[in-house]
Design a protein around this ligand. Structure first.
Ligand SMILES: CC(C)(CO)[C@@H](O)C(=O)NCCC(=O)N/C=C\S
Length: 201
């Protein structure tokens, strides 16, 4: 099978598109992935690729995501011998910006402590801190209010990652309160703001 990994980014030039890598994890907010990708693709000059965790797959249909979608199996299918591409390294090189939306409680904990046991957490663990990393927490209110959450979100911000804060809503389980992912419009506006600041588009 021909490796589908994007070639390692050459020195970014103004001719090429701005590469946005979207990471999606296992919060029910992952059902918003098709809408989020669609709105990002409306931004001229952007190219979008998605990296999904296995749990996130439960919440959306790949056919509703019209861009390249990588998951853990792709890393292992592509790497058989020393000369083969290492997908998480190719992706960190390809991306100009990483947007993790939603960031579920599990992956928040992994990232805060450096656990990298899947494709997405390996990309994050290898992330070039000179490039923007935006994250959109999404979890049940009870999880959000656990003291670990503030500690771990604080750790990610200390790394230099940018939080797009969750909002208060009536959640799918019936609870009312914080933990809902920021609205897609808010997320897209933040991406535009960061790209503009960096002269990306
Ligand atoms: C799903 C959506 C976007 C609908 O508006 C909203 O409820 C949300 O972001 N939920 C994420 C919080 C969560 O994962 N709850 C899990 C158990 S209550």
């Amino acid at each position: 099978m021909e490796p589908r990994a994007p070639c390692p980014a050459a020195i970014p030039s103004t001719e090429r598109k701005f590469h946005v890598l979207v990471g999606v994890t296992g919060s029910v907010a992952a059902l918003k992935l098709p809408l989020l990708v669609s709105k990002l693709l409306d931004i001229p000059g952007l190219e979008v690729t998605v990296v999904t965790t296995e749990r996130a797959k439960h919440f959306y249909s790949p056919q509703d995501v019209p861009v390249t979608l990588y998951s853990d199996a792709d890393e292992w299918e592509m790497w058989k011998r020393r000369s083969d591409p290492v997908l998480h390294i190719d992706l960190r090189r390809w991306a100009d910006l990483l947007l993790v939306a939603p960031l579920d409680a599990n992956t928040l904990g992994k990232v805060a402590s450096g656990i990298c046991d899947n494709l997405l957490t390996c990309v994050i663990r290898a992330w070039d801190l000179s490039k923007p990393l935006l994250f959109c927490p999404a979890m049940n209110t009870a999880m959000w209010e656990h003291p670990l959450t503030a500690q771990q979100v604080g750790q990610l911000k200390a790394f230099g990652y940018m939080e797009i804060p969750c909002v208060s809503k009536k959640l799918v389980c019936g609870d009312q309160g914080l933990g809902a992912m920021a609205e897609v419009e808010t997320i897209v506006d933040k991406v535009k703001e960061v790209l503009f600041q960096r002269g990306g588009i």
